[in-house]
Ligand binder design. Structure first.
Ligand code: GCB
Length: 619
């Protein structure tokens, strides 16, 4: 009898679970793959920080949003006989922003879901405002809920998202619950395998934001290329409002340029405009001049600091403000090696851009995904040009239309965030992806999408080079990737002396580039343990890396149209691919600076080369 009761009990229980699961699937709105309409220019909005300690509940089997009591309901037992199988109140804390892996030993290798809860009271700072939650980034997929209601989800680990809570927020005891999963899937961007650490969690700032009922949702200001050579410069711009009661005009002012212009908004709250300026100081690495721009419309007013420059190519040259420039660059990951965490603060940005400047760079490649906004804004102030990219990296499902949609959304988000930054000059659409029919079609669609969103910047991709191509001797590397026709700059990664071959072979190599376009060497390098000294043919020694840099740099002088380089990489970075004991120990050692901040010998080789290059271009 007992066993009969038990098995029927199990059946009943399973039926209940199943129906709850079906209900959940039907009821939960699957409304967003990602969204490209977050609140922009968050630094200059009215905000309340939600950073700090958040309670967390683990959800390794990702069942937290199904069943009778999804975790985001924040339930507590009503009485002593009630059953709730989780508790935020008695849970431990995680710090936001920050990756969970770097905060608890037990979470070091954790990949799965964690639900975060923040409770707070709310005192409006603006009258009659609309209220949003803004998340700078959470890796990789986030289910966002507020006061017990599931509102949607965002996919993509490196771009911001926001969602409105105006009708749900109370004066007291609000609870914001975000379920973040850093599981790796083959239809994600990036795909399953990367050469960097899969830092999980809420990795960037979280804010509560207030805006007026109708607010300035987006704007874009840039220097008109056609006016570059005239005394009076022209700024092109656009503005977009969002809300019910759209005003009929907006005012754009740049006091330092004596500009104040009223522009007529159309019935959708949008306008394109042209601003005539007198003497304008062009933004450049030598003169990173930013102007305060204020936009007003209805009850809203927002300010930004914007630099004005042009960027274009002519034959094999890159022209900044009409002048040829050599991009003395370095690749960077968005990580603070000392904290072993994703970078998220202005101090983190200062640390890496400080080394970048010391190296003599005027350019940095923000690899391989959108970095924190602080670094882009700091680059604007310090005069460092930027290459920005998405993780369209190894192992992408090129034939999957849903993945293409995700790529477009992630690009839209990155462009929406950074398009007013003068430092940002290149959108790169891929890294080391082999040309196949499906990949070419995918990347061509991405290239068109990016140009549609932002026609002012240059497009590139870190391609591969080939050897033993018909009609060429073996000593020749050929760059002939068909995606090159969609790009403004041809870039390639090259590791002679590290992946195959000795550094000495660099002396024999020549290059054929199939396009009459400027060229960037987007990667080269090799690993070294800082402090390990040996002869220049002993792997992992500083001397080996130094020798490789000397030989590679000399070889690149033979690349036709070479207009810049971003060696791999500024700082050693965490990577589960790199497991050689006592050498790598989970770190990619190709940094010119170690994870403790000590410089390796190759740092000075590159620094010398960049000194020479700078002089050459000053002539
Ligand atoms: C590459 C990849 C980069 C790797 C690097 C390496 O080509 O683009 O993500 O980290 O090589 O160290 O092998």
């Amino acid at each position: 009898m007992a066993s009969v009761t038990t098995s029927s009990g199990i059946i009943r229980k399973n039926i209940l679970w199943l129906s709850a699961f079906i209900m959940a699937v039907l009821i939960i709105p699957h409304n967003a793959v990602g969204q490209d309409n977050f609140i922009t220019n968050i630094q200059n909005r009215t905000t309340q920080s939600l950073n700090g300690k958040w309670k967390y509940v683990m959800d390794q089997y990702e069942t937290g949003q199904i069943g009778f009591s999804p975790i985001y309901r924040n339930a507590k037992p009503k009485d002593k006989s009630d059953r709730v199988e989780y508790s935020f109140d008695y849970a431990q804390n995680l710090w936001v922003p920050g990756s969970w892996n770097s905060q608890k030993e037990a979470l070091y290798y954790y990949e799965g879901s964690i639900w975060y809860r923040k409770t707070f009271d709310f005192q409006p700072k603006l009258k009659n405002s609309r209220v949003f939650i803004y998340v700078g980034a959470a890796n990789y997929k986030t289910t966002y809920t507020f006061n017990g209601r599931r509102l949607g989800y965002h996919e993509g680990g490196f771009t911001p998202f926001s969602f409105e809570v105006t009708n749900l927020i109370k004066d007291k005891d609000n609870f914001l619950i975000l379920g973040v999963s850093n599981s790796r899937e083959s239809d994600y961007i990036p795909g399953k395998v990367t050469d960097w650490y899969n830092h999980g969690g809420i990795t960037r700032d979280v804010y509560l934001v207030e805006v007026p009922q109708t607010y300035i949702d987006d704007y874009f200001l840039y220097l008109d290329k056609a006016s570059l050579n005239s005394k009076k410069k022209t700024i092109q711009g656009s503005i977009q409002l969002k809300g019910k009661d759209l005003p009929d005009h907006a005012t754009i002012s740049i006091p330092e340029l004596k500009i104040s212009k009223e522009v007529k908004l159309d019935e959708n709250g949008a306008a394109k405009f042209t601003l005539e300026s007198g003497k304008l100081s062009l933004w450049s690495p030598e003169n990173p001049k930013l102007y305060k721009v204020t936009l007003k419309a209805g009850d809203d007013e927002i300010s930004d600091k914007i630099g004005f420059r042009t960027i274009e190519t002519k034959g094999k040259e890159i022209l900044l403000n009409g002048e040829p420039i050599f991009l003395r660059g370095i690749s960077i990951h968005d990580e603070n090696p000392i904290r072993r965490d994703r970078a998220h603060s202005i101090d983190d940005a200062k640390l890496v851009l400080g080394w970048t400047k010391e190296l003599g760079c005027n350019f940095a490649r923000l690899a391989h995904y959108p970095h924190q906004e602080n670094i882009v804004r700091l680059a604007d102030e310090m005069g460092i040009l930027l290459w920005e990219e998405l993780p369209l990296y190894w192992g992408i499902e090129w034939s999957n239309d849903k993945v293409l949609e995700k790529a477009k959304t992630q690009y839209s988000e990155m462009i929406r965030r950074d398009k007013n930054r003068a430092s940002s000059i290149i959108w790169s659409i891929a890294n080391e992806t082999g040309p196949t029919k499906a990949r070419n079609a995918f990347l061509t669609a991405v290239a068109h999408h990016v140009r549609e969103q932002d026609p002012t910047r240059l497009l590139s991709a870190a391609c591969k080079k080939d050897q033993a191509v018909d009609g060429h001797p073996d000593s020749t590397y050929v760059v002939s990737d068909p995606i090159g026709k969609e790009l403004d700059i041809i870039s390639f990664n090259e590791y002679l002396g590290w992946y195959g071959g000795s550094p000495l072979e660099c002396r024999k190599k020549t290059f054929v580039i199939d396009y009459d376009k400027p060229v960037i060497v987007s990667e080269f390098g090799g690993g070294a343990i800082q402090g390990f000294h040996a002869d220049s043919l002993t792997r992992w020694s500083e001397e080996y890396q130094e020798f490789m840099y000397k030989e590679n740099i000399a070889m690149f002088d033979r690349v036709p149209g070479l207009s810049g380089m971003t060696p791999w990489i500024l700082v050693d970075f965490m990577s589960p691919l790199r497991q050689l004991p006592d050498v790598q120990d989970g770190w990619n050692r190709k940094g010119l600076v170690s994870e403790t901040g000590a410089k390796k010998k190759a740092f000075y080789i590159l620094q010398d080369y960049y000194k020479r290059k700078k002089k050459e271009y000053q002539k």
